[in-house]
Ligand binder design. Structure first.
Ligand SMILES: [Cu+2]
Length: 141
């Protein structure tokens, strides 16, 4: 008899749990939605960079400090990469693929980026510049 009561209790708990599931699911969805809204509001500074022997196009990118930066990198000839040593950032840039690099610069200044994969005789000259400025310097907020 005790076994039957225990069994009944477990079934009740399962039904109760199942009943709570949709509510839990909705809360999750709402969280995800508000997260998406926040991401959209704090827009990233997005730039596309094309790498090829032996340049990055564009070679200079200007971004604001303390705002999210998103770089879309691709190569049109062979494997390169991008290394922003002072920011401790590095990513592969493969031909025909898009590499997304996300970061938020905390300090203003000029940061050189280079290709760190040997790509031919001009490899050592394959460089670009990331210029980080204060947001109010560029006339915004
Ligand atoms: Cu290279």
């Amino acid at each position: 008899m005790l076994k039957v009561i225990r069994c009944f209790k477990v079934i009740c708990e399962l039904i109760l749990f199942a009943g709570l599931m949709p509510a839990f699911g909705e809360a999750k969805a709402a969280d995800a939605l508000s997260g998406a809204t926040i991401m959209a509001t704090v827009e990233a500074q997005e730039y596309s960079i094309i790498a090829r022997n032996y340049v990055y196009l564009p070679g200079t990118i200007v971004v604001e400090k303390n705002r999210r930066v998103r770089l879309y990198l691709t190569s049109i000839d062979r494997a390169h990469d991008i290394k922003i040593e002072k920011m401790n950032l590095r990513a592969k840039v493969n031909k025909g693929e898009v590499t997304v690099l996300d970061f938020t610069p905390a300090e203003d200044g000029t940061y050189e980026f280079v290709c760190d994969i040997y790509c031919g005789p001009g490899h050592r000259g394959m460089k670009g510049k990331l210029v980080v400025v204060n947001g109010n310097e560029s006339g915004k907020e």
